[in-house]
Structures are given as C-alpha cells and as structure tokens.
Design a protein around this ligand. Structure first.
Ligand code: SAH
Length: 347
C-alpha cells in the first residue's frame, strides 16, 4: 500500500488516523505541533513520541518535504520558488513582502482548466490537483528556507482553488489551526474565477477567510471573451451568488479587476461596475494587467487606471490599485509560468 503524506490530514482526521493505529488521540496534537510549529522533516525528530509509535508512523506515512528546484529574487524582495513536488511535477510559489508582513501566494493545482485568455497558466496542460499537504508544504518550505514567519496566505498562484475544493478547505484547516500554522482565517484569501456552486458551498463553511472574485469585465460578452468560465457561470448569477455569500457570512468580498488597454478600462466599464456592485460590502482591487507571452491584452495607461479608480471611489465603491511586485522575475499577477515550470520534469 502506498504511504500517505501525513501533512494531508487536518487535526481531526489525524486524531482518527492515530486512533486507528491503536494510540491515544492526543498524540495527534503532538505530531501536529512537530510538523507545523517545530517544522521537523522526519518522524525521528519527534522526541516526545515513543519509538514504537514513530516506527508505526514510518510504516504508514511519509512526510513530504519539497526540494527547491529554482529560486529567483526580485529587486523589490519578492521571491519566486519552483518546487519539486516529488512526482516529476513542479509548482510555483511566491513570497511577497509588505509593510504589514509576509504574504505567500500558493498554487492549488498543477496547471489550470479555466483557460483565462490573459493568464500565463493557460495553455499548460492540467496535470492534477495538489493535495492538502502539498498546499501546506509550500508555506513550510518557504518559511524554512527564509527563516521568516508568514502572516498572510493567498490562493492566487496556479490553479483554480474552488476546482480543488476539498483539498483547499482541508489545507486551510491546517493553516488556520492554532496547533497548526496558526494563521488567522482573516489572513487567508481564496481567489476564484467564479465557480458559483462552490461559492455557495464556501458560504456554508465556518471559515472567515476572504473571498476574492476575479471579475475583470462588466458585460457577459467581454467577460466570456476573457474568461471562458463565464459561459457557464455568467455575471448576473455570479453577483447573485456573491450577494448570497455576503448575506450568509457578512464578510467583505474583494473583486479583482485587471485593467487592459482599450478592453475594459474606459469610463463606461467603470459605470457598469458601479451598477453591479452598488450596495455590496466589497472592495475592488485594480490590477494593471500583466502582458503575457503572445497575449493580446496590454496594460492600461497609468492615467486610465487612476481615472478608473477615482470614478469608482467617487461613486461609493472602495477601489485600490494593486502594487506590482516581482514583475522582473515573472512573479507578478498571472505571470506564474516559466519554461518547464509546471510541466513534467521527467518527460
Ligand atoms: N484561478 C483563480 C486564482 C489564480 S489567478 C482565479 O482566477 O482567481 C490569481 C489572480 O491573478 C486572478 O485574479 C487572475 O484573474 C489574475 N491574473 C491572471 N493573469 C493575470 C494577468 N496577466 N495580469 C493581471 N492579473 C492576472
């Protein structure tokens, strides 16, 4: 039988696993602390666990520890990692430094199925979902490499987190647990291209993390052109789901809007955006779109970006322009793709 990665279990599941091994549940808490607070890389380092149990653990589980394949540092301090996920695949993770602490942008899948026209992940064959342990390991590996403590986690790397729902939620349980990585749910953001059924499901979870919606356009025609997912989940239904989410959770939603020149950056777009979001507890994050290789979308002019922001703010919608980080190492929004990066390394 193939051994399971012990980092794939949240605390409740781990308690069950440990009980199944004929041991007391509280051992699971000890193991959890070793993994996520002491950040050990082997069962032998878990010195308050009996030798007998350590042997059982070794027989049944592995501890996944990623290897760094590549590390690139930007002038602004952003670091992009390429991790070997131990099955021949590689994934990207980005560490960003802000005045309020360190944020990590994690990947949730190897490749992506969404096909957004402006995103560099498009065109890479979807390979598989990342397991919960592989999502969490991105944080552990970066903390170990840098010695810093990460305070914010954003699911904005490669993949559609809500298309890997269970593993993402489980990873959040581990990240959020006080005996785990102990990062407050309010410091965790999930970004989605708009998988409506999963937004309703997320509203039912008792996790007060931030929901970010990649909106990017204000008409179905334009949005479908940019994001094929809009053909299945159009704008009006998406906004309805967001309103329902707000109703249930009372947690502010963040809307992502990547501004592309002569595409979605004129005042008519801003007017429609105001109409769509009027009265909602939300925030708009304006992202100067990053041009990708062969991409047809170009960055809006600074003048248009500021005009767009000001229009929103003057009409009651809180909007800010996202600072670009890591653009010199292709680590800025939507650029997470470099030659070979998440293609199979072996083939
Ligand atoms: N699949 C998820 C999360 C990954 S993308 C989602 O769609 O939200 C993270 C964010 O980067 C999304 O808001 C996405 O629309 C944005 N993005 C992708 N490519 C971009 C680009 N070239 N320029 C600016 N933002 C981009």
């Amino acid at each position: 039988m193939e051994k399971k990665n012990i980092k794939d279990y949240d605390l409740e599941e781990l308690k069950q696993e440990i009980e199944n091994l004929g041991e007391k549940k509280f051992r699971a808490e000890q193991i959890f602390k070793w993994l996520y607070q002491e950040k050990v890389k082997s069962f032998d380092e878990m010195t308050n666990i009996s030798l007998d149990l350590r042997e059982k653990l070794k027989e049944n589980y592995t501890i996944c520890n990623f290897n760094i394949l590549k590390k690139q540092e930007s002038k602004d301090g952003t670091i992009k990692y390429l991790f070997d996920v131990l099955d021949g695949n590689a994934i990207e993770t980005v560490l960003m430094s802000y005045h309020h602490g360190y944020s990590i942008c994690v990947s949730s899948q190897i490749g992506c199925k969404m096909g957004c026209k402006f995103c560099a992940s498009t065109g890479i064959e979807f390979s598989r979902n990342l397991s919960s342990g592989e999502i969490v390991e991105q944080i552990l590996a970066v903390e170990q490499d840098t010695g810093i403590r990460i305070s914010n986690v954003v699911f904005m790397g490669i993949g559609e987190p809500l298309d890997n729902y269970d593993n993402v939620i489980n990873a959040i349980h581990i990240i959020n647990n006080q005996k785990g990585l102990n990062i407050g749910a309010r410091h965790i953001s999930i970004s989605t291209s708009g998988l409506i059924p999963k937004i309703y499901k997320l509203a039912e979870e008792n996790i007060p993390c931030t929901l970010s919606i990649s909106l990017h356009a204000t008409t179905n025609e334009k949005r479908s052109e940019m994001m094929p997912v809009n053909n299945t989940y159009p704008i009006e239904e998406l906004i309805k789901a967001c309103k329902e989410y707000l109703e249930q959770t009372n947690r502010r939603i963040s809307f992502e809007y990547a501004l592309a020149k002569d595409n979605n950056d004129n005042i008519e777009d801003a007017k429609r955006l105001v109409k769509l979001l009027k009265g909602m507890l939300c925030h708009v994050n304006l992202i100067p779109i990053n041009k990708i290789e062969n991409g047809k979308f170009k960055k809006s002019s600074n003048e248009n970006i500021i005009r767009f922001r000001d229009y929103l703010n003057e009409h009651g919608i809180v909007a800010t322009i996202r600072r670009e980080l890591g653009s010199d190492i292709d680590a800025a929004c939507g650029q997470l793709r470099r030659k070979n990066s998440h293609l199979k390394m072996k083939s």
